[in-house]
Structures are given as structure tokens and as C-alpha cells.
Design a binder for this molecule. Structure first.
Ligand SMILES: Cc1cc2nc3c(=O)[nH]c(=O)nc-3n(C[C@H](O)[C@H](O)[C@H](O)COP(=O)(O)OP(=O)(O)OC[C@H]3O[C@@H](n4cnc5c(N)ncnc54)[C@H](O)[C@@H]3O)c2cc1C
Length: 291
């Protein structure tokens, strides 16, 4: 099938209007953001919404704003806007690293941060990056806003904490002075989904790891995180030996599946190697040795 089934179309005029439309049209209504995941699924008849609610006109969701100790990234911020944002490059190079490796310019010009997180594909890159940064999802429904740590946002493959009559409106990422972050991914060819990928955030205080976040994608890590490796690092030395051991722990605790992108052992090896590399890079960035 290359043609979607028939559907009704509504263009939301505000976040409240989108929520009211979702409520009125019931469980067979879906919001469409960039459409780069939803439309292919509709063409394949894997999704057959009766009603599409277009949130592309909601400019209030398309901003990156510094708010005291965190940056608020709106759900409708496109991948390309995240990639070119100087605020993001300054505070969170992990996202600039990740966006360079997500899909291609056509997808990045249209696909959104909110759509990526809400699609909850197990190989999605930003979920691992936001989890490494210990970010918070802001979800709005008819009764107002609620906040959910991104580490609790994914309930399983293609399932999130966003209820049907709610919208993800933003993600809040804490600004941590004297910290560093990085993302790395192995893909079969430019623009492909990950064979495996890893992201890290590190704050080092007098040579000791004060705060750490490690995100993994495409390797079956629950909630896109590596808690055992984080636990090992926290409070210990920010040394190369420790980063190698954290990589070994990440590899041992993830749960990849064999598929056309590679066998289990290969993906496990990559999870470990990429974890070590991003920790090293995050440490260099925290010391100001690398942009
Ligand atoms: C060729 C190709 C290559 C790709 N490669 C990669 C890659 O390497 N790495 C990667 O991470 N991703 C990749 N993607 C996915 C890409 O990042 C998409 O942009 C993303 O999956 C979905 O974003 P979207 O805005 O298009 O969402 P849509 O397709 O519009 O929506 C996806 C889902 O999220 C829901 N939704 C959207 N926004 C909201 C919201 N604000 N609140 C509640 N629900 C919402 C929709 O109802 C739908 O169920 C690729 C996609 C394509 C087509």
C-alpha cells in the first residue's frame, strides 16, 4: 500500500485547540507534526487515523528559550533548528553531535523534536540524548501542564507517557556549568538509523564524577539509559580507565536484537566502545579542551 486510507483533516490554531480537537474526535484522531514517521506508517496502513490534527502552525511550540537554569526546547522545533541553534551548541553539544547524524536534510527540515520523542522508535537518537541529559518532558492536557522525566517518558517501543488527549509541548534541559556532553553513532550509510549509538553527559568536580548521564539507542537499553554504568562512575575518578570500564558495563547490561544491521555481539561491542568514546569526549568538553 502506498496510499493512506481516507481521513478528516483539521489544522489546530492553538495548543488548547489541538487538545479540544483530540478530545472531540476520540482515540482514532492523531496529531501530525513533521509527518516523517506518521505518514509512512499511514501509507503502509500500519496507522489508519480517522482524523489528523495538524500542529504545524503552532509557532509557540517552535522556540528554543533559555529560562534561568535550563533551556526549554519546544516540541515543534525542527531537527534542522536544533542543529543550527547557537544556544544548543554552547550548552549541549550532545544535540549538535546527534543532529548531524539523524537522517538527511530533507527529514531534518521537517521532522520535529516532539514527533521524534512521541514516535518512541527504539532506534531513535534524541531519546538517548535527552535521557543522557536527564531532561524533563512537559506535557499539556485540558487540566494544564505536567512534567515527566524523559527517563520515564518511554513506556516501551512506540509507547509514551503522553495520553491520547494530551500534547508533548516542550522538553526542559538543565544547564550544568563546567559540564560536557557528546553523542556518537555507527550507521551503515550516511542518514541511516543507528546500528548502535551512545550519548553522555558529565560534570566533573576536582577530578571526581559529580553528575553523569549515559544514553543508548538501538541496543535494547530500557528507557534508553545505562544506569549500571552511571552508578559505577558516580563519585569515582573521571579517568580513562573508568570510562573503559563504564563502556564494558554498558555493553554487558544492554540487550540488542540481531537484525539486518548486525548480530547481537557486534551491537553489544559497539554499545561499549561508543559509551567509552562519548565519555572521553564529554570529559574533554567539560575541561574546555574541545568545542
Ligand atoms: C528516511 C528517514 C530517516 C530517518 N532517520 C532517523 C535517524 O537516523 N534517527 C532518528 O532518530 N530518527 C530518524 N528518522 C525519524 C525522524 O527523526 C522523524 O522526524 C521523527 O521520527 C518523527 O518526527 P515528526 O515530527 O516527523 O513526527 P510525526 O511523524 O508527525 O509524528 C510521529 C508520532 O508522534 C505523534 N506526535 C507528534 N508530535 C507530537 C506532540 N507534540 N505531542 C504528542 N504526540 C505527537 C504523532 O501523532 C505520531 O504518532 C528518520 C525518518 C525518515 C523518514
Amino acid at each position: 500500500m502506498q496510499v493512506p486510507a481516507q481521513f478528516e483533516y483539521h489544522k489546530a490554531t492553538s495548543v488548547d485547540d489541538a487538545i479540544a480537537l483530540l478530545t472531540r474526535h476520540g482515540p482514532e484522531s492523531f496529531v501530525v507534526a513533521g509527518g516523517h514517521s506518521l505518514l509512512p506508517m499511514m501509507k503502509l496502513r500500519l496507522a489508519e487515523p480517522e482524523t489528523l490534527i495538524d500542529i504545524n502552525g503552532l509557532d509557540e511550540l517552535a522556540t528554543v528559550t533559555v529560562e534561568s537554569d535550563h533551556v526549554r526546547i519546544g516540541a515543534m522545533v525542527r531537527h534542522s533548528a536544533l542543529l543550527s541553534s547557537p544556544v544548543i551548541a554552547e550548552h549541549f553539544p550532545i544535540f549538535t553531535d546527534a543532529e548531524r547524524l539523524i537522517a538527511d536534510p530533507i527529514v531534518r527540515n521537517r521532522g520535529t523534536i516532539g514527533g521524534s520523542l512521541c514516535q518512541a522508535d527504539p532506534s531513535e537518537d534524541l531519546s538517548a540524548a535527552f535521557s543522557a541529559m536527564r531532561a524533563t518532558a512537559v506535557i499539556r492536557g485540558a487540566d494544564g501542564e505536567r512534567e515527566v522525566p524523559v527517563r520515564e517518558f518511554h513506556r516501551g517501543p512506540y509507547e509514551t507517557a503522553v495520553a491520547h488527549e494530551e500534547l508533548l509541548v516542550a522538553v526542559r534541559v538543565p544547564i550544568r556549568p563546567a559540564s560536557g556532553s557528546a553523542y556518537a553513532k555507527l550507521e551503515r550509510r550516511a542518514g541511516d538509523w543507528a546500528v548502535a549509538s551512545a550519548g553522555a553527559m558529565l560534570r566533573v568536580d576536582a577530578g571526581t564524577v559529580a553528575e553523569v548521564g549515559i544514553g543508548l539507542s538501538a541496543v535494547g537499553a530500557a528507557h534508553f539509559v545505562a544506569p549500571e554504568a552511571e552508578e559505577y562512575l558516580r563519585g569515582g575518578p573521571a579517568s580513562d580507565e573508568a570510562f573503559v570500564e563504564a563502556g564494558r558495563i554498558s555493553a554487558a547490561h544492554c540487550s540488542p536484537s540481531a537484525d539486518q544491521r548486525g548480530p547481537v555481539d557486534y551491537k553489544r561491542h559497539l554499545a561499549g566502545e561508543l559509551t567509552t568514546r562519548v565519555l572521553r569526549r564529554a570529559a574533554r568538553r567539560s575541561r574546555g579542551e574541545e568545542a
